[in-house]
Design a protein around this ligand. Structure first.
Ligand code: FAD
Length: 389
């Protein structure tokens, strides 16, 4: 180990930047650790706003990274191409020298693998996808059909945003099961009412298998017109962990324990969409920014405990709300139990749209708060381990 412990963080999204700020801002450790953050670009991408960019409600979802990242965290603009666990090195693309690590935090987020999306469909995983989709939507003639495949929360947000912004287009939301079925009865009712008010045609219990330039083909063999098909399902983790020989689950997520460290490689920690933590503490967690922020903070706490030679605390992350935008003028706030199961109370309409807009701003405020004062960010505790699904 070098004189200072070198902590390398791969991926500067919600989890990575939260962790970097908590570590780099820790006064007690400031002389003993060096925090290096790797990210392909010098911007932070507010992924939770990509549907706004795609629909043209917002110009960009990028924020200068240095406005969010602690000054003691060094940023390297590069992509990790391989993790060499034997020599504790991260290999970088673009001719950069490999980086040594004493401790590694894996926080590369999620992606939509090309082989999981039918050729011809638009993805929405990053700003490039959002801009490509934005260009396509702006070219469509009135009366053209846009199909959104997948009616999870992202699919619903994308659908409402496009239907509100482009009333001259026909918008279809196609779901393998029932739309918004993870919400309470009143939450689902509010979503369906809003979408139908925006003129969205909702097609449930339909599996789309393929898509062509102007149609989608269902597993039942039906051909539905679609001039622009948007795939919001099929999120998985990047291949980096799997390709580096690290233990991964079926979605390619790094498998970590209750403290977010990898049992086979204890110097490697993980946070955010790209990991699957022990089921005892994480069975109820879903890929989301609402999860990535506390996971990033908890991973930093576990790393600090390791450096202090203390036992780390087990992860405990719970939920309180699901905030869903339904265009710019409406929204839904679904109250939930700590294990993310819906409660009965919902907030809808303009008030919910305002709450959702504030929640999006809060994500950056929490990251900046952590930049100003390490340890300031806190989150709701999870269900007791036995209650986690
Ligand atoms: C349209 C849309 C709307 C959404 N809305 C919501 C919402 O309302 N609420 C919510 O909670 N969640 C929402 N999400 C999900 C949320 O955006 C993600 O769960 C969240 O971004 C995960 O955070 P993360 O830090 O794990 O990963 P990310 O934020 O994706 O960050 C990962 C970072 O790692 C970088 N990276 C990847 N590979 C490498 C590599 N090899 N080397 C170096 N860097 C790398 C990436 O470029 C990126 O900067 C939405 C997602 C989308 C797409």
């Amino acid at each position: 180990m070098s004189a200072r412990c070198q902590v390398v963080i791969i991926g500067a999204g919600y989890a990575g930047v939260m962790a970097a700020n908590r570590l780099a801002g820790n006064q007690r450790l400031s002389e003993s650790i060096r925090v290096i953050v790797l990210n392909p670009v010098a911007d932070f991408v507010e992924r939770i706003r990509l549907h706004e960019v795609a629909a043209g409600s917002r110009e960009s979802a990028s924020v200068p990274m240095r406005s969010l990242l602690h000054e003691r965290a060094e940023l390297i603009e590069s992509t990790a191409s391989r993790i060499d666990t034997e020599h504790r090195k991260v290999h970088l693309s673009g001719g950069h020298a490999a980086l040594d690590y004493d401790i590694l935090l894996y926080s590369v987020g999620s992606t939509q693998a090309p082989d999981k999306i039918p050729a011809g469909a638009y993805a929405l995983k990053d700003p490039e996808d959002a801009n490509r989709l934005r260009a396509r939507l702006s070219q469509l003639d009135p009366g053209s059909t846009v199909s959104i495949i997948g009616a999870g929360l992202t699919g619903i947000e994308v659908t409402a945003e496009i239907a509100e912004k482009y009333p001259q287009l026909r918008v279809h939301l196609i779901s393998r099961g029932a739309i918004a079925d993870s919400l309470s009865g009143s939450g689902r009712h509010a979503v369906m009412k809003r979408l139908s008010g925006l003129g969205v045609e909702m097609i449930e219990n339909t599996d789309v298998q393929r898509c062509h330039d102007s149609s989608v083909i269902t597993s039942g063999g039906d051909t539905l017109r679609s001039d622009c098909t948007i795939w919001t399902a099929g999120f998985s983790a990047p291949d980096l962990a799997r390709d580096s020989g690290l233990p991964t689950d079926a979605l390619g997520r790094l498998m970590v324990d209750e403290s977010l460290s990898c049992p086979q490689f204890p110097d490697i920690f993980g946070a955010g969409d790209a990991i699957q933590a022990a089921h005892t503490v994480a069975g109820h967690l879903r890929m989301s920014c609402a999860t990535a922020l506390p996971l990033g903070a908890h991973a930093a706490d576990s790393i600090i405990a390791r450096l202090d030679k203390r036992a780390p605390a087990p992860l405990s992350v719970g939920y309180m709300l699901r905030c869903i935008s339904l265009g710019r003028k409406s929204g839904l706030v679904q109250t939930v139990h700590a294990d993310d199961q819906p409660r009965r109370f919902v907030l809808r309409g303009r008030l919910a749209a305002t709450a959702k807009a504030q929640m999006c701003q809060m994500t950056l405020s929490w990251i900046r708060g952590e930049l100003r004062r390490s340890g300031s960010y806190s989150w709701p505790k999870g269900p007791r381990p036995a209650e986690a699904k």
